[in-house]
Design a protein around this ligand. Structure first.
Ligand code: NAD
Ligand code: UDP
Length: 337
């Protein structure tokens, strides 16, 4: 089965492509390299023994999409391509609406033209806004607190409307919690541009000596140790979730929504501790003010995915820290080497 994977050289896309190759799928990657490096392909080939097809291009280029879908006989699309920096989305909102919303609409139009009716979309727990309680299930109300989150929510709403008019499609919205970790080979991992916004890459850059000190955003939340609690999910588990979705609901008509999380929350201090243990390094940190827009606690109720997809997250925070450290220490400059 040939599957178009937009954003296939990115962090989550690359891990998913690798697993797809192992499971006998043929991923066709399409990426504009706005946030990834071509050498990811070498790494995928090193680990899997196969070099997947790569199309360099943009999801806003409909002709290219149609041509690619036809040429490679694509029968389903996994759509990772998108911009994901919350801060940047506040200063450059149009870039986010154009890339994430218009880009997805363009992709769906191209799929329609090619009669491809299976789509898996990368959504996010950010669509739950500031949840009133935890754990969060798929029936919770949705809202957005920044343009990035709004772009994800808008895509979800557009796809809902599109599905109502096209009920012979299978559209799956996967709401990821906090993806972390790396491939166990240490050859694939997260390689953020510039100063990392997210906790795990920041911690690992402190441990490897690239940054001096982690700012812990808020020590006065109503949580057991006062720091923010999140549901960190290993990228290998997350990648598996896409394949489970493709296998289980990729051919059932409907709009399918699943949380992909572990159902367990960890605090910032717990993540630091796990990382220090995995790396045998001290992670210098200082408590600073809360980061605007952050919520105290956010973790998933992942039962729906377990029941319907037979998928559940298997890897613990300890493994996430071990694999992140292996990737970071083997590749201190990410894919730049
Ligand atoms: P990433 O930036 O590593 O990967 C996204 C890929 O898409 C990159 O390779 C980038 O070059 C490509 N891309 C961006 N715009 C494109 C365009 N217009 N045309 C073609 N390619 C384009 O990000 P990731 O962490 O792998 O995230 C994948 C998806 O999952 C994104 O849609 C993101 O919003 C979503 N998501 C990520 C997280 C997270 O914390 N990493 C959480 C929830 C949801
Ligand atoms: N965090 C932090 N310092 C950082 C980055 C993040 O203390 O440099 C905290 C943040 O306040 C939140 C948690 O780590 O409680 C996860 O943040 P991240 O940005 O990784 O993911 P989010 O859940 O905000 O999408």
């Amino acid at each position: 089965m040939n599957v178009l994977v937009t954003g296939g050289t990115g962090y989550i896309g690359s891990h998913t492509c690798l697993q797809m190759l192992e499971m006998g799928y043929t991923p066709v990657l399409l990426d504009n390299f706005s946030n990834s490096k071509a050498s990811v392909l070498d790494r995928i080939e090193e680990v899997s023994g196969t070099r997947p097809v790569l199309i360099t291009g943009d999801i806003l280029d409909k002709n290219l999409l149609v041509e690619t879908m036809k040429r490679y006989g694509i029968s389903a699309v996994i759509h990772f391509a998108g911009l994901k920096s919350v801060g940047e989305s506040v200063s450059e909102p149009l870039k986010y609406y154009s890339n994430n919303v218009s880009g997805t609409l363009c992709l769906v139009e191209a799929m329609s033209e090619c009669n491809i009716k299976t789509l898996i979309f990368s959504s996010s727990a950010t669509v739950y806004g500031d949840p009133s309680t935890v754990p969060i299930n798929e029936g919770f109300p949705t809202s957005a607190t920044n343009p990035y989150g709004r772009s994800k929510l808008m895509v979800e709403e557009c796809l809902n409307d599109f599905y109502k008019a096209n009920p012979d499609w299978s559209i799956t919205l996967l709401r990821y919690f906090n993806p972390v970790g790396a491939h166990p080979s240490g050859k694939l991992g997260e390689d953020p541009n510039g100063i990392p916004n997210n906790l795990m890459p920041f911690i690992s850059q402190v441990a490897v000596g690239k940054r001096e000190c982690l700012n812990v955003f808020g020590g006065d939340y109503p949580t057991p140790d006062g720091t923010g609690v999140r549901d960190y999910i290993h990228v290998m588990d997350l990648a598996r979730g896409h394949i489970a979705a493709l296998n289980k609901v990729g051919h059932s008509k409907g709009i399918h929504i699943y949380n992909l999380g572990t159902g367990r929350g960890s605090s910032v201090l717990e993540m630091i501790e796990a990382f220090e243990k995995a790396s045998n390094k001290k992670v210098a940190y200082k408590m600073v003010d809360r980061r605007p827009g952050d919520v105290a606690e956010c973790w998933a109720d992942p039962q729906k995915a377990q029941k319907e997809l037979g998928w559940y997250a298997q890897l613990e925070v300890e493994q996430m820290a071990i694999d992140t450290w292996r990737w970071q220490s083997n590749n201190p400059n990410g894919y730049h080497d």
